[in-house]
Design a protein around this ligand. Sequence first.
Ligand SMILES: O=C(CO)[C@H](O)[C@H](O)COP(=O)(O)O
Length: 308
Amino acid sequence: MDLSEVLLWTTFVTYGSECASGCGLTNSNTSKILRTPRRLAKASVSAFSPAVTVRSQQSRLNMATALSQEELKKQVGYKAVDDYVKSGQVVGLGTGSTAYYAVERVGEKLKSGELKDILAIPTSIRTKEQAEELGIPLVTLDTHSKLDVAIDGADEVDPGLNLVKGGGGALLREKMVEICADKFIVIVDESKLCDGLGPGFPVPVEITPFCHEHTMRTVGDLSTCKGKCKPVLRMGSSSSNQPDGDEIAVTDNGNYIVDLHFDEPIADPPKMAEELKNVCGVVDHGLFCGMTTAVIIAGSDGISVKKP
Ligand SMILES: O=C(CO)[C@H](O)[C@H](O)COP(=O)(O)O
């Protein structure tokens, strides 16, 4: 065994050994897996489908892929809590299928007594419900404007640790909470790393329902967007950018989401962030620039940490 194998094995024993049976990959638990990431969509669907009783060799392979990706999410979620959350802290709880495991770990450690006096601020209704089920004491930014740490997933991470977030539709609350944290810890598997934001995952923009078509046009005409992206109004569930319904998707805040589909990497994400923020009718957007304290990345070679 070389060093990377030892690290991977140690990590697996610590964070992943219960995953095959306990990470939630049962049909009754699929609702807890908050969003299926784009690269796993097909694998996960076949793995979760109750109708499939005889699996082909390919779908068994898909099942194995899904399991291992869930293991990776659990590893980073647990590690972020183990490394960064201490008793007495105010903690931001992210949203999504990776953040799910960080929330789970906080609940577990509070129950065992390993963590005490935690106050948590959830970034979505889904996360609030999960935290309440686990008995995690909750507060809001109204009473606690300063957080010690926030932990969340991301849809894309560029080499400068700028992020695209909001695939799960929680970008506004995520940004409001995470911007108030002393440390913002991002947890991803290595499929989320990219050379440039944009082409790998559409950039979500939360807009007011009032005159949303006008706002979409205005966004599409920005210098950083015009001729470079296609704005698509999110339909169906706000927690997925795959159209899965005929109604316009509505966020936890009662707003709509436009997903900006880019073919080429965004040349200047901070400039685009500033342009978007200046549009009247845009509430916020999924570009999280200069916010990251550390990214914990799970890959086939083990866990690594990147800092700016
Ligand atoms: O921004 C988010 C939700 O609004 C999520 O953090 C992001 O979409 C990553 O989700 P997942 O861990 O399920 O891939």
